[in-house]
Design a protein around this ligand. Structure first.
Ligand SMILES: *Cc1c(COP(=O)(O)O)cnc(C)c1O
Length: 386
C-alpha cells in the first residue's frame, strides 16, 4: 500500500504491505526461503537469492522507510550490523567526529575494530559547536550523532550539525534508537543517514535483535546496499516478521511510554531520596529548547541518582523493584532498570565516568507501558525500603 499522504499510525500499520496475492492473507507471510526458482537464466521476479532480497524483509523495509519519511531503507541482523555497514563507506585515513556520550557498543566498534583499519574517531562534547568545528579537517568524512544520549540523556542539536556537515561536505549520520521515528525524524532535519537498533522501540517486545538504516540519497543507498549484500549482515524472515508486527503498535506504545515517562520523571524529582533526574522534558534540562524543537515528545528513558550517591543503595533499589526488571536493553513494553556503573559502563574507569556525571548511584529506567500507578508504586516501595 502506498501511504505517503497518511498519518504516522496508518503508515505504521499499512505501509509496504498488501494482501498476499495467492491467498489474501492480510499479514505478510514469513518467506522462509534462501533461493527463488528462475524462469530462464537471470529471468526472475526480482528475487534471486535471499542475502540480497527477501519479500518479508522488503515489506518491513518499505514500512520503516515510510516511518522515517525516507525513500530507501535497509535492515540488518542487529543495530551494530547497521552501524558497521555505514562505517564501511569510509577508507583508511578518513576521520569521524562522534558524540562523546555514545552507545557503548558503537564506541567499542569504533575504537576496537575500525581504529585498526586506520579510521580515526574523535569523540566530542556536541554541546560545544566551536569544539566540533575545531576537529574538522581535510580528512574528516563523517559526523555521527546520537540523541538523546545514553545514559545522561543529553540532547544534541541535529539541524545545527547536519547543516555544518552539508557546508563541509561530510556525511551526517544520526542514531535515532532512543527517540524512535515517532518522536524524531532526523532526515527531515537534514541528516543523510538515520539508523536504529530495531531491537529497542521498533520491535518493542524484547523478542528480536535487529538493525535498520534509512536515507533519501540514492548514491548512498546503492553503496550501502552493495556493502550489505557483499558482507551479508542481513536479518532472517522470522525476525523481519516480528519487527513488521511490532511496528504496527509503535505509535500507541510511544504515547504510553511518553505518558508514563513524564509521570515517573515528576515522581522521582519530588522524592526526598532522589538526587538528580535526567529527562529532556524538564524545563531546566540544559537543551530542553532543542528537544522541544526537534522531538514531538520526550520519551520514556530517564536516568536518576540518589542523594546519598551510594553504590550499595542503588544496587539494593534495583533489586527491590518488582515491576521493573533489572536488565540491559530498552524500548520494550516491559519496564527495565539498569545500573550503568556496574553493568553497561563497568569497563570505563571510575574517574572517567564521574567526569560525565555517571556516578555510582546512577540508575537508568526504560519506562514501559504498564499502568503508570503501578510503576510509581513500585519505585516508591523500593525507594522507601533503602
Ligand atoms: C542497542 C543500541 C545499539 C546497538 O543495537 P543492537 O541491536 O543491540 O546491535 C546502537 N545504538 C543504540 C543507541 C542502542 O541503544
Amino acid at each position: 500500500m502506498s501511504t505517503g499522504k497518511y498519518g504516522f499510525g496508518t503508515k505504521a500499520i499499512h505501509a509496504g504491505q498488501s494482501p498476499d496475492p495467492t491467498t489474501g492473507a492480510i499479514m505478510t507471510p514469513i518467506y522462509q526461503t534462501s533461493t527463488y526458482v528462475q524462469e530462464a537464466p537471470a529471468v526472475h521476479k526480482g528475487y534471486a537469492y535471499a542475502r540480497g532480497k527477501n519479500p518479508t524483509r522488503v515489506a518491513l523495509e518499505s514500512c520503516l522507510a515510510a516511518l522515517e519519511n525516507a525513500a530507501y531503507c535497509l535492515c540488518f541482523s542487529s543495530g551494530m550490523g547497521a552501524a558497521d555497514t555505514i562505517i564501511k563507506m569510509l577508507q583508511p585515513g578518513d576521520e569521524v567526529i562522534a558524540t562523546d556520550d555514545l552507545y557503548g557498543g558503537t564506541y567499542r566498534m569504533f575504537t576496537k575494530v575500525f581504529a585498526k583499519y586506520g579510521i580515526v574517531f574523535h569523540f566530542v562534547d556536541m554541546h560545544d559547536a566551536e569544539l566540533v568545528k575545531s576537529k574538522i579537517n581535510a580528512k574528516t568524512k563523517m559526523i555521527w550523532i546520537e540523541t538523546p544520549t545514553n545514559p545522561m540523556m543529553k540532547i544534541i542539536d541535529v539541524a545545527l550539525y547536519t547543516a555544518l556537515a552539508k557546508e563541509k561536505g561530510l556525511i551526517s549520520v544520526v542514531d535515532n534508537t532512543f527517540a524512535s521515528p515517532y518522536l524524531q525524524n532526523p532526515l527531515d532535519q537534514g541528516a543523510d543517514i538515520v539508523m536504529h537498533s530495531a531491537t529497542k522501540y521498533l520491535g518493542g517486545h524484547s523478542d528480536v535483535v535487529m538493525g535498520t538504516l534509512m536515507t533519501n540519497n540514492k548514491a548512498y543507498y546503492d553503496e550501502l546496499a552493495f556493502i550489505t549484500n557483499s558482507c551479508g549482515p542481513v536479518p532472517g524472515p522470522q525476525d523481519s516478521f516480528l519487527v513488521l508486527r511490532g511496528v504496527k503498535t509503535l505509535h500507541l506504545r510511544m504515547r504510553a511510554h511518553c505518558e508514563n515517562g513524564r509521570a515517573v520523571a515528576l515522581f522521582l524529582r519530588n522524592h526526598p531520596k532522589v538526587g538528580k533526574v535526567y529527562w529532556p522534558g524538564f524545563e531546566d534540562h540544559p537543551n530542553h529548547e532543542v528537544a522541544k524543537r526537534q522531538m514531538r515528545d520526550f520519551g520514556g528513558m530517564i536516568s536518576f541518582t540518589l542523594k546519598s550517591d551510594s553504590f550499595e543503595e542503588a544496587s539494593q533499589l534495583a533489586q527491590r523493584l518488582k515491576v521493573f526488571s533489572l536488565a540491559e536493553s530498552l524500548g520494550g513494553v516491559e519496564s527495565l532498570v539498569g545500573h550503568p556503573a556496574s553493568m553497561t559502563h563497568a569497563s570505563i574507569p571510575k574517574e572517567e565516568r564521574m567526569k560525565t556525571g555517571l556516578v555510582d548511584s546512577l540508575l537508568r529506567l526504560s519506562v514501559g507501558v504498564e499502568d503508570g500507578e503501578d510503576l510509581i508504586g513500585d519505585l516508591k516501595q523500593a525507594l522507601d525500603s533503602i
